[in-house]
Design a protein around this ligand. Structure first.
Ligand code: C2E
Ligand code: CA
Ligand code: CA
Ligand code: CA
Length: 279
């Protein structure tokens, strides 16, 4: 047998590269990955739809797996949510993003905001607010530079408690963005009820805006209504010049997508110019 020590069996198993993660192994490997800091953050810029200036970056977690290489969050976040490991992982992401962007900002003329994805489980858990306070105190990042991205699934906990939490975060100076808007069980009324400052239109809308007139109408309503509520609108997944023009013409404020930049390691982000033309 290739079993040499307490923690070595999984490497043997993983050498079978064709095999996808099996959930028992994955759970164990996630545990090791957390202990051995195998995660890293990539950052994707968000640009002003009119000027192309980078206004913020979204932190996107990656797993630098010793055998499998770079693993995408889609392949491990869902299981981490099932096992509860999303709690320590999510805290690591929050703290690491604040450390890295606070540091980056010392070298910049204009400070960058950082957006961190927060799993619904993490967001509605008792103690989340304390975590945010502690991370801000520890890292020194100004609260105004932190934005939390949550999806509508936080509402499963009940609208009232989510409103309270968002209101408290707002008092701290931390903003909340509604991510993947338009997927899930979204309703326009959430725009009215939730004290969030930003709504991110999901990529599935951006993709169909040209071909589906109903989608185009929904996009237009969301933008108009969000603006009436004083909210900023982001469109994600912009890949083409046409999509960029369609969204800009509809007064979408901020754009994000491969057209401007892919998610990248911190070292690359440091070298990026302030304006991204979106060639
Ligand atoms: P998301 O929050 O909707 O993040 C946007 C995803 O779209 C990212 O995938 C990004 O790389 C991808 N993307 C950006 N621009 C384009 C584009 O123009 N075209 C296409 N096709 N894709 C684009 P990624 O990094 O694989 O992340 C997938 C999802 O995993 C995220 O979706 C988010 O739900 C989750 N996730 C990532 N990092 C974290 C994290 O730290 N914590 C939690 N809880 N979830 C995370
Ligand atoms: Ca997001
Ligand atoms: Ca999103
Ligand atoms: Ca999305």
């Amino acid at each position: 047998a290739k079993r040499q020590g307490k923690n070595t069996w999984q490497w043997y198993d993983c050498q079978n590269a064709e095999r996808s993660f099996n959930s028992v192994n994955l759970r164990h490997e996630l545990h090791i990955a957390l202990k051995e800091s195998q995660f890293e953050l990539y950052y994707q810029p968000l640009v002003d739809a009119v000027t192309g200036r980078i206004c913020s970056v979204e932190a996107l977690v990656r797993w630098r797996h010793p055998v499998r290489g770079l693993v995408s969050p889609g392949d491990f976040i869902p299981l981490a949510e099932q096992t509860g490991q999303i709690i320590p992982l999510g805290l690591w992401v929050l703290e690491q993003a604040c450390i890295e962007i606070a540091d980056l900002n010392t070298q910049r003329e204009r400070a960058l905001c950082v957006a961190v994805n927060i799993s619904s489980l993490q967001f509605i858990r008792d103690g989340f607010l304390d975590d945010v306070r502690q991370v801000l105190a520890k890292t020194g990042l100004s609260p105004e530079l932190l934005e939390l991205e949550v999806t509508e699934s936080v509402l499963l906990k009940g609208v009232g408690s989510v409103i309270d939490l968002m209101t408290t975060l707002k008092t701290l100076g931390v903003r909340v963005a509604l991510d993947d808007f338009g997927t899930g069980f979204s309703s326009l009324s959430y725009l009215r009820d939730l004290p969030s400052h930003k709504v991110k239109l999901d990529r599935s809308f951006v993709e169909k805006i040209r071909t589906d007139r109903r989608i185009a109408a929904i996009v237009q309503s969301v933008i108009t209504m969000a603006h009436q509520m004083g909210m900023v609108v982001v469109a994600e997944g912009i890949e083409t010049q046409e999509q960029r023009e369609d969204l800009a013409r509809r007064h979408c404020d901020i754009l994000q997508g491969y057209l401007f930049a892919r998610p990248m390691p911190l070292a690359e982000l440091k070298k990026l110019p302030d304006f991204l033309p979106g060639a």
